[in-house]
Design a protein around this ligand. Sequence first.
Ligand code: CP
Length: 315
Amino acid sequence: MSDTPRPVFPHRHLLGIEGLSALDLTALLDLADEQVEVSRQVEKKKSTLRGRTQINLFFEPSTRTQSSFEIAGKRLGADVMNMSVASSSVKKGETLVDTAATLNAMRPDLIIVRHHAAGAVHLLAQKVDCSVVNAGDGAHEHPTQALLDALTIRRNKGGIEGLTVAICGDIVHSRVARSNMLLLATLGARVRLVAPSTLLPPGIEGLGFETFTDMRRGLDGADIVMMLRLQRERMNGSFVPSTKEYFRFYGLDQEKLSWAKPDALVMHPGPMNRGVEISSEVADGAQSLIREQVEMGVAVRMAVLEALASHLPNR
Ligand code: CP
């Protein structure tokens, strides 16, 4: 397998799914399939990013995204620095733009950014000379999550076009939902949004997505059931009466899952709140792809880093 980066992706940054073509997305997913094989070998190391510096800059907590970007960068041979925002000068009032200028002066090749504000990653990308990857910005986008979800679906269902995917739960606050809606629609899936009306974005029906406030109707005939966490950190006020009530009507248990197709598969981006949006029986059951999503996360992030490698400065 050649370690030479290939120009499969004609963009310098990955800031969102918005604006990417079906060709761009398929190229990344094909490349990610190759990285799954690399990650399953005893020898996992490649040299695509040898000599390159990758900074992971996370202003919000993360388990899956930060660790998988670190593993992905290291598997490709990069020097990876995890910047701890909690102990950085951000805590002393330094602005995002000044933080970006400071890091840029250290000549990184890639910066991976998670930020609580929608649009912050786009702003940072304008202030630095290197490639930038959005690891989640507010309720806006989480492109590598959508890509890893698509890779997981594609590997289990043989394709995405024509599938019915029900995205269920806190849609209005979810960057995962937004990126998935864009990606799945671009690749030809039928996307349904299932949630109480308080958790559906206003005016979303006009954008061509089917919406349901009833789980039975929303799950009927679904190939994929994608559950979302209630994102309390982004809620301003009360959106559901109680978590007990929410689970009763919208939490995915074995009975509600039986309303989808018999071979329906269950996904969740994590972190999960068991007993709120999903039961343990379903999360750990035979139809769950949740652990596989985590494995695909490393492969997708390797693919994204490798695809951006051909755009790095000084090549
Ligand atoms: N799915 C996801 O983004 O998880 P983390 O917040 O743990 O990175």
